[in-house]
Design a protein around this ligand. Structure first.
Ligand code: IPM
Ligand code: MG
Length: 362
């Protein structure tokens, strides 16, 4: 029997509710496949600000580093929303990404054939959509220095810095090309090379890295055009790779292709071992959804699908990951839906029931 240490950070809002369903599914994986997950749990985000005065404690980062993976719920809420606050719940996720060196964020967008009618786009546009957006996660506008606000004679001023090094761009491009090789062999690199110096360098480096993967097709598109093509020809994308902030924006848009953010998992990865595994952080992209927290309405499928990504990418448990994904598919096929994805004729269930249904089918 193998033992896997996993850190759970449920966080705020619906984070704890969806986390409970992920651990329910993992308990089933343990029994069926004879593994043992060794869970530790840490308070982060707004909850940690209330208890410890900071969103992410050094102890939590140390525990994350000692684990094989972090399952991350969500952080934030109106209580901690003051834009002038010196500590913010978001520090937890940004700090984890940076301190664990998780530079590549994988956000797969697949549309379940039975849910194609739930999107605001026409089924004929969506048909065949199956892409992974790789967002650079530890550089760019989010972390570049200087980053500050100050008062001047002319009034308030503020600056954020968009800065990249060659190494940062190259390593995330390698992740994109390697992933494309296992898929449809196409990479779309997204930049703003018509205006930004960083964009020009990004395009140059993506091209150089692309030469090392002659079997993979590379296209470059500008970020504004990409926003448009995501709505016009989403099925033409295989792997998209882009700067941190562009990726933040484009992945919310891409999530809506699938009808609901409640279905979108993500994996944040750093350097890999030879066998392809390595520490990762896995989180649903929907955030803390304070408007529905505590109402048993939250869709746990994004968290559960993130857990499947963890099994595959950090623990090297491919069969187990596939079993969880198949269980989710089967529950969808049988018409079970949480309120966010409910359609006519579906069986509407609450968060806990959805988790139980998936767990039973693993
Ligand atoms: C995301 C979120 C985060 C981000 C927030 C919560 C800081 O929007 O993961 O996309 O901007 O990266
Ligand atoms: Mg975002």
């Amino acid at each position: 029997m193998s033992t896997y240490p996993v850190l759970l950070t449920p966080g705020d809002g619906i984070g704890p509710e969806v986390m409970a369903e992920a651990t329910k599914v993992l308990a089933r994986v343990e029994r069926r496949f004879h593994h043992e997950f060794h869970f530790e749990e840490e308070t982060i985000g707004g909850a940690a600000i209330d208890t410890y005065g900071m969103a992410l404690r050094p102890e939590t980062v140390a525990k994350a580093k000692a684990s094989r993976a972090v399952l991350f719920g969500a952080v934030g809420g109106p209580k901690w929303d003051d834009p002038r606050a010196s500590v913010r719940p978001e520090d937890a996720i940004l700090g984890m990404r940076k301190q664990l060196g998780l530079f590549a964020n994988l956000r797969p967008v697949r549309i379940h054939p039975l849910m194609i009618g739930d999107s605001s786009l026409k089924p004929e546009v969506l048909e065949g959509t199956d892409m992974v957006v790789i967002r650079e996660l530890t550089g760019g506008l989010y972390f570049g220095q200087p980053k500050k606000r100050w008062q001047s004679a002319a009034g308030r001023q503020a600056v954020d810095t968009l800065r990249y090094s060659e190494k940062e761009v190259a390593r995330v491009c390698h992740v994109a090309f390697q992933l494309a090789r296992q898929r449809r062999k196409k990479v779309t690199s997204v930049d703003k090379a018509n205006v930004l110096r960083t964009g020009q360098m990004w395009r140059e480096i993506a091209t150089e890295v692309g030469r090392l993967y002659p079997d993979v097709e590379l296209e470059h598109i500008l970020v504004d055009a990409c926003a448009m093509y995501l709505l016009r020809r989403p099925a033409s994308f295989d792997v998209i790779v882009t700067e941190n902030m562009f990726g933040d924006i484009l992945t919310d848009e891409a999530a809506m292709l699938a009808g609901s953010m409640g279905m979108m998992p993500s994996a944040s990865l750093g350097r890999r071992r030879k066998d392809g595994t390595g520490i990762g952080l896995y989180e649903p992209i929907h955030g803390s959804a304070p408007d529905i927290a505590g109402q048993r309405k939250a869709n746990p499928l994004a968290m559960i699908l993130s857990t499947a990504m963890m099994l595959r990418l950090s623990l090297g448990l491919e069969a187990e990951a596939a079993a969880v994904e198949a269980a989710v598919d089967s529950v969808i096929r049988d018409g079970y839906r949480t309120p966010d994805i409910a359609a006519t004729g579906s069986h509407v269930v609450d968060t806990a029931k959805m988790g139980t249904l998936v767990a039973e089918r693993v």
